[in-house]
Ligand binder design. Sequence first.
Ligand code: DGY
Length: 320
Amino acid sequence: MDLGYRAYGMKRVVITKTLPAPVLKAIQAQYEATPLHLESLGREGFLAELGTPDGIVVSPGDPVDAELIAALPGSVKVIASFSVGLDHVDQDAARTRGIAVTNTPDVLTDATADIAMLLILGALRGAASAFRMISNGEWTGWQPAQVFGRDLTGKRLGIYGAGRIGLATATRAAAFGMRVHYWAGRRNSAEFDALGFKAVPDPDAFLARTDVLSLHCPSTPATRGLVNRALIEKLPQRAVLINTGRGDLVVDEDVITALETGRLGAVGLDVFNGEPAIDPRYRTLPNAFILPHIGSATEETRLAMGQLVLDGLNRYLGPS
Ligand code: DGY
């Protein structure tokens, strides 16, 4: 409830998810900060409690869509997202209302690339079934024919989307002996080229030479549903899919069918359609190595993201 109260001289921001404590403290030092959980309240409940804040701090999973933005009070000058991805925010609608939108680029590049590498390792080495075997007490000891994974060395890694996280994943994978190529549409990436990674502009040729496909593109109308049955058919047999981008880049039904038939060898997924309510089959498939969207979840990275959120608020609201 907003009673129109303002701590003396302080602007007010509403925060939709629980932030790391030091980040919340830093924001509270400069703003009157009110927690208001958009996901659990829903649009109507959120708007009913919102009052007239100057800014809103949102996060992935918050549906900051055109309807919500249209209904925001005129006091809101900035929506600062605790994320690099902005697919949960309708930026056109914000622009129309004259509301600035900020995000947290760069600082999560290494942490997310580390998780992409963990997924590549986990998927290729059969970590899901190995972990299940030992944690369920089913391990009977070392066996010559048990939990066969596959080597990373020599595998061809296709990076889809030549941004910062893709590049950081490529350099890590190269150190593991993987052969890296990339697809960035018709353009080349000077950064990838400088490190000797080869551009393959023809999408079919790119897929045909990709043993491990790692997605590093944003979720947009053009990329949603990108990994479907037709795309999977263009990959080599038993190819591996890695997704640290967004869940809606893949068509779950097609990916799961391909995992069940062995057309795809394995997947490593950190993001899911409709998360946190993931397709339950991912939990039991032996060749699905899954993580709960932890790409940026390190202490250092989340604090750095928090600093960028605060910078974004200050840029548009001015320090209180
Ligand atoms: C982002 O920032 O977009 C990630 O998905 C969460 O760290």
